[in-house]
Design a protein around this ligand. Sequence first.
Ligand SMILES: Cc1cc2nc3c(=O)[nH]c(=O)nc-3n(C[C@H](O)[C@H](O)[C@H](O)COP(=O)(O)OP(=O)(O)OC[C@H]3O[C@@H](n4cnc5c(N)ncnc54)[C@H](O)[C@@H]3O)c2cc1C
Length: 466
Amino acid sequence: MSRSAKEPEARENLQSVEPDHDVIVIGAGIAGLTAASELSSRGYRVKVLEARERVGGRVWSADFQGQTVDLGAQWLEGTLGNPLVDLCERFGVEHVLWRGEVALADGEGIPLGSDEVESVEGLVEDTLDATRRLAWDTSSDEDLSLADAFVQCLPSGLSDRDRQLACWRLDVDIGSDEAEDLDKISLRCFWDEDVDDTFGGESRVFPSGFGQLAAGLAEGLDVELETQVTEVAYRRHDAVVVTNRGSHCARRVLVTLPIGVLKGGSVRFVPPLPESKLDAIRSLGVGVMNKVFLAFDEPFWPETVEFFGLAAQESELFVEVSSLLPSTGKPILIVWSHGERARAVEALADDVVTTRALATVERLFSKQPPPPKGVLISRWGRDPHALGSYSHMPVGTTFSAVEILGEPVDDTLFFAGEATETAHMATVHGAHLSGLRGSDELAESLGQASSSTRESRDDQNGVGSP
Ligand SMILES: Cc1cc2nc3c(=O)[nH]c(=O)nc-3n(C[C@H](O)[C@H](O)[C@H](O)COP(=O)(O)OP(=O)(O)OC[C@H]3O[C@@H](n4cnc5c(N)ncnc54)[C@H](O)[C@@H]3O)c2cc1C
């Protein structure tokens, strides 16, 4: 049933309307599409409501100067045991090895020799190991930031240069992973022994875009695009979902709204979500990571290198540059920022961002780059349907917040999405796994309901469900 948003209060509908759908899924990102696809294949009547004009959410592949590029997720992180590898096979999606060849330069753009690179990498590794011991040994409940712990664990007597290079390298490596500055990241959670968050094996990239996976999952599903959910009214085993284009009734709802959108509060829940879930939403963090794509006619940088790091000075907006040349054959650079730098970039006009990105490229390669033939800039923090790039664990949080975020409410509202997946949060495979978990929970709940509410409805309506 679809009805005008101007019709009576959603809550009143709960009294009188027979649901057309077993499940409404809010959000057509990887979590929502995975769950919808699973539930549909089990025979449930599922509708997906998506605010954007496209599926995929934070997986967003777009054409840029004749090359597909990923403005959101880019790497399939680890092939061993990663369920996305099977999905790629199922949908015939090509992925290629990301070798991860790295070249580093100091703050003046002077390349680091291989000995110095090795010594900086070794220093970072040893110091990180020491932060793990600090996290595990600590007898107090007090949490520290990863940045503070790192500085505390650096060996004494280091030169200023080594100290600066080590801190910068840590920020590039782990700050990018967290999409946040490391003074906000919880040491305790970073080293939580119970959370195994990596698949082994290679990193892979998609020459024709990560978005192919979203398109494959969406195939054959009932997805309503440009449909922004504004309210979810629910009582046990009934819900009305109100959108900018009318409302829909369902027996269950799967909420896959990004953590940034949940924090923003633009979707009203009636009755309000339990206080424990609201606390979890408040306590989880959402970081910002952005990319500036620069397309050139010809490469003017070392052609086999995938990552270039420039030890960022305080005033630098960007911390690293990657090249799509090895994986696509196209002379495209991506200039990256995360955390407060990324937020600062979002506040600037496109031409200023381009000028600043080109200045970083110039410093990195010690030569003035030619004018780019195309520029593409992401702004995930200001995207109203994301309000951030992905979740992280701020200082003082515990993983129980992630578990609580994923818990169902009144056996009617179910929750999935990257931020609900303790072991794999902030990733596409985490979103996919959360969708699988959500679909299992929903199937179990709907199965349980079959002996009571559903059978009596089916008797009345002649409607069959699995
Ligand atoms: C810049 C960037 C780089 C990344 N890099 C990687 C990477 O290399 N590898 C990796 O594994 N992961 C990466 N990630 C993380 C990964 O993209 C996400 O973890 C994952 O895609 C999240 O999927 P999701 O389904 O949980 O959420 P989303 O994809 O955000 O899906 C939620 C959906 O809900 C929709 N929505 C929002 N509000 C409403 C509303 N009111 N009504 C209806 N619909 C609504 C949104 O439009 C969206 O489509 C990256 C993310 C970003 C932003």
